[in-house]
Design a protein around this ligand. Structure first.
Ligand code: GTP
Ligand code: MG
Length: 135
């Protein structure tokens, strides 16, 4: 079994899609291990997105993720990281397939509802960052 880190971004909470999104993971067979709702500090946002530091969209990205409440969670399944990314769908809206979360609910590259860890290493790092109490 593998664990992944998933975060429903402020637009997902504002659009009342938390239940829809969590339901998709549960119905697929992911086990919910931990979940919290929180307002992200600038510091947590910077640490979470440190790989994007220096990119043109970095400031806008931090502003967005700190603009409202998010729902952070740890989900467990076989191959959870890869499966989670497949369920989320591509970053480019024209590539986000129908049936994926982004492909069904957003046309935006920026307000794209959800974050999912993109590797086992990223998942471990993000789980430790967001859920230090889990260790
Ligand atoms: P995350 O799961 O949120 O990490 O998305 P991702 O892995 O599909 O994309 P990536 O890690 O490359 O980018 C992180 C986030 O930065 C995206 O989800 C977007 O919110 C934002 N982002 C990426 N590229 C752009 C861009 O070209 N412009 C803007 N404004 N935002 C971008
Ligand atoms: Mg990413």
């Amino acid at each position: 079994m593998e664990r992944t880190f998933i975060m429903i971004k402020p637009d997902g909470v504002k659009r009342r899609l938390v239940g829809e999104i969590l339901g998709r993971f549960e119905k697929r067979g992911f086990q919910l291990i931990a979940l919290k709702m929180l307002d992200v500090s600038r510091e947590l946002a910077e640490r979470h997105y440190e790989a994007h530091k220096g990119k043109v969209f970095y400031d806008e990205l931090l502003e967005f993720v700190t603009s409202g409440t998010v729902v952070a969670m740890v989900l467990e399944a076989e191959d959870a990281v890869k499966l989670g990314r497949r369920m989320i769908g591509a970053l480019d809206p024209s590539e986000a397939a129908p049936g994926t979360i982004r492909g069904d609910f957003t046309t935006s590259t920026r307000q794209n509802l959800i974050h999912g860890a993109d590797s086992a290493e990223a998942a471990a790092r993000e789980i430790a960052l967001w859920f230090p109490e889990l260790r």
